[in-house]
Structures are given as structure tokens and as C-alpha cells.
Design a protein around this ligand. Structure first.
Ligand code: AMP
Length: 118
């Protein structure tokens, strides 16, 4: 799928839609999900214009991939979920139910999470 910069996360990156920011660096921006599915539910979006996980990995440099992965860890630290544990989810494509076609990781935690599908 071709990247389309009309999506809501591209608008957030351009500052056109406000968010509740948790963390930001040159690779990523993290904020709280607007419709939380766990006590703590954050999103870490890449600053690269990638549709999904595969698009990002195939078209990014090693340092961009590393920077994005480290930004996820920095966000988990800021959320305070490392000690008790958390779940990382990358929805990719139709069968996953991916709604927003811009790479993002969900960080879920703050309570014991349901184990179905995982
Ligand atoms: P996905 O289904 O993996 O594409 O997840 C997209 C997520 O983005 C959903 O959990 C939505 O609740 C969340 N979302 C959509 N719009 C916003 C927004 N403006 N601010 C924060 N989260 C959003």
C-alpha cells in the first residue's frame, strides 16, 4: 500500500491534531490512545512515512529502525510499565484490523492483560 499523508497520525505529526504527548525524539512520537483498551494504552508512531511494520523495516536504515525501537523502550520507561510487564502490538494490514495506515506500536499495560490471541 502506498503511504497516504491524509491519515490521522500524519496530521498529529504535522501538529494539526493535538495529543497527550508522552515522549518524542527524532525517530518517534508517543502519546496516549484516544480509546484505551487497557489501564495504560499508549501509541508510539514513527516519524518515517511508513504504512506498517513491513513497509518500515524494508525501507528504513538500520539506525532508523534502532532509533524507533529505542523510542518504544523510552516510552515504556516513562509509562512505568517495565517492571510489571506490558504488551507490544503492531497491527499490520486487513486481518489485523489496522485502522490507521501509519506505523505505530501499541503499548498496553498497567494491569494483567487478557491472553486470548497472544
Ligand atoms: P490500529 O487499529 O492498530 O490502527 O490502531 C489505531 C489506534 O489509534 C486505535 O487504538 C485508536 O483508538 C487510536 N487513535 C485514533 N485516532 C487517535 C487520536 N487522534 N489520538 C490518539 N489515538 C488515536
Amino acid at each position: 500500500m502506498e503511504y497516504n499523508s491524509d491519515n490521522v497520525f500524519a496530521k498529529i505529526l504535522r501538529g494539526e491534531i493535538p495529543t497527550n504527548k508522552i515522549y518524542e525524539d527524532e525517530y518517534a512520537l508517543a502519546f496516549y490512545d484516544i480509546a484505551p483498551k487497557a489501564k495504560i494504552h499508549a501509541l508510539v508512531i514513527s516519524k518515517a512515512m511508513a504504512v506498517d511494520f513491513e513497509d518500515f523495516v524494508e525501507h528504513s536504515t538500520a539506525s532508523e529502525i534502532e532509533g524507533y525501537m529505542r523510542a518504544i523502550v523510552r516510552t515504556a520507561e516513562k509509562l512505568g510499565v517495565i517492571k510489571e510487564g506490558y504488551r507490544l502490538v503492531f497491527n499490520s494490514g486487513k486481518n489485523s484490523g489496522q485502522e490507521v495506515p501509519h506505523l505505530h506500536a501499541h503499548i498496553l499495560g498497567g494491569e494483567p492483560l487478557p491472553t486470548n490471541h497472544m
